[in-house]
Ligand binder design. Structure first.
Ligand code: NAD
Ligand code: TYD
Length: 352
């Protein structure tokens, strides 16, 4: 038995594969295009593990996907592969359309053809799990209740619009073709292997490098944060017990304003690795121009997943964020390796 995981060299995909192989004997076929966000080093600890096969490739390559399905006969596909950074989608949406929409479509087509040829028993057991985001639901005002699975789709950025489109395709392949799909819509993740273009790893990296900590606008935008390993456990749970065609919200019940997240990070760094001059890292906070169309608040109601499948996050924000800071402090070589070259070009384009 095997599963096929796309986007496996990215932040969440890599955490998922590492956790999976730490807990299961079942093999993983890893597929990743290794874009700027994909890092083969994330899976380095699996070198020599015969349960893991890494393939460099594009989810939009129909021939390759068909071949991988044919050769490895996975009992499930978990689709993490995506362009995932809102700011990049604002500067250049094209890749988001290609990977998130066209790529997901090509995956669905290949999986549909594969599924049709499976034995009745294998077809019954097969799952296509699509990993999506809470950003498809749009933005909440402060008093509105958290997003449930029945919230209207109101995506506001090219990123969230492309993810919304992929969610709709996945839904349609279930209703039209009977493909056994599951979709998860998760809130903001944080943890090991997070690329330092996103808020939390960017702030840790800049703080330690003595650089400004850029806060967009007034810093009062709210996100709901989930430790990445809790997202991985939720996906495993949905894969195991989710009802076909259903969507499940995944969240940490941790709504925080951005400025509070950054203060927390500074305070932990002050304890764990104080600045040489004895001042707080908070001194590096700088308010910068806001993101265009910046969503004000996301909040996830994850009660369906708890009620129906018994899933709950294991980490609080306080425990998860401290683990995360410690991981970055002990893995500076990982950060150094990916913050050269193209990363610097991105930072200078985005933050001028
Ligand atoms: P990431 O950007 O860190 O990783 C994405 C991975 O996909 C990279 O390894 C990249 O090389 C790969 N990839 C990109 N285009 C590809 C293509 N055409 N073919 C094959 N591989 C390709 O993203 P992430 O944060 O790990 O997010 C993974 C998934 O989870 C995405 O679908 C994202 O929308 C979703 N998600 C992310 C978050 C979050 O907070 N990061 C929250 C909810 C949902
Ligand atoms: P990000 O990590 O990019 O995730 P998303 O946009 O998918 O929620 O950003 C999290 C929040 O932090 C978001 O409100 C934008 C804000 N932000 C900053 O204030 N400064 C930054 O430099 C970055 C990257 C994000």
């Amino acid at each position: 038995m095997a599963i096929l995981v796309t986007g496996s060299a990215g932040f969440i995909g890599a955490n998922f594969v590492l956790d999976w192989l730490a807990q299961n004997s079942e093999a993983v076929i890893s597929l990743d295009k290794l874009t700027y966000a994909g890092n083969a080093e994330n899976l380095e600890s699996l070198a020599g593990d015969t349960r893991h096969t890494f393939v460099k490739g594009d989810i939009g390559d129909s021939g390759l996907i068909a071949e991988l399905l044919e050769i490895h006969q996975p009992r499930a596909v978990i689709n993490f592969a995506a362009e995932s950074h809102v700011d990049r989608s604002i500067l250049g949406p094209e890749d988001f359309i290609q990977t998130n929409i066209v790529g997901t479509f090509r995956m669905l087509e290949a999986v549909r053809a594969y599924h049709r040829k499976l034995s009745a028993e294998a077809a019954e057991a097969f799952r296509f799990l699509h990993v999506s985001t809470d950003e498809v639901y749009g933005s909440l005002s402060p008093a509105e209740p958290a997003f449930t699975e029945r919230h209207q789709y109101e995506p506001n950025s090219p990123y969230s619009a492309s993810k919304a489109a992929s969610d709709h395709l996945v839904r349609a392949y279930h209703h039209t073709y009977g493909l056994p799909v599951l979709t998860t819509n998760c809130s903001n993740n944080y943890g090991p292997y997070h690329f330092p273009e996103k808020l939390i790893p960017l702030v840790i990296h800049n703080a330690l490098a003595g650089k400004p900590l850029p806060i967009y606008g007034d810093g009062q935008q709210v996100r709901d944060w989930l430790y990445v390993k809790d997202h991985c456990s939720a996906i495993r749970r949905v894969l195991e017990g989710g009802a076909l065609g259903e969507t499940y919200n995944v969240g940490g019940w941790n709504e925080k304003a951005n400025i509070d997240v950054v203060h927390t990070l500074c305070d932990i760094l002050d304890e764990e690795q104080p600045r040489d001059d004895g001042h707080s890292y908070r001194q590096q906070i700088t308010f910068v121009k806001d993101r265009p169309g910046h969503d004000r608040r996301y909040a996830i109601d994850a009660s369906k997943l708890e009620r129906e499948l018994g899933w709950k996050p294991a980490e609080t924000f306080e425990s998860g964020i401290r683990k995360t800071v410690r991981w970055y402090l002990s893995n500076q070589h990982w950060v150094d390796n990916i913050t050269s070259g193209a990363y610097r070009d991105w930072v200078s384009k985005q933050y001028q």
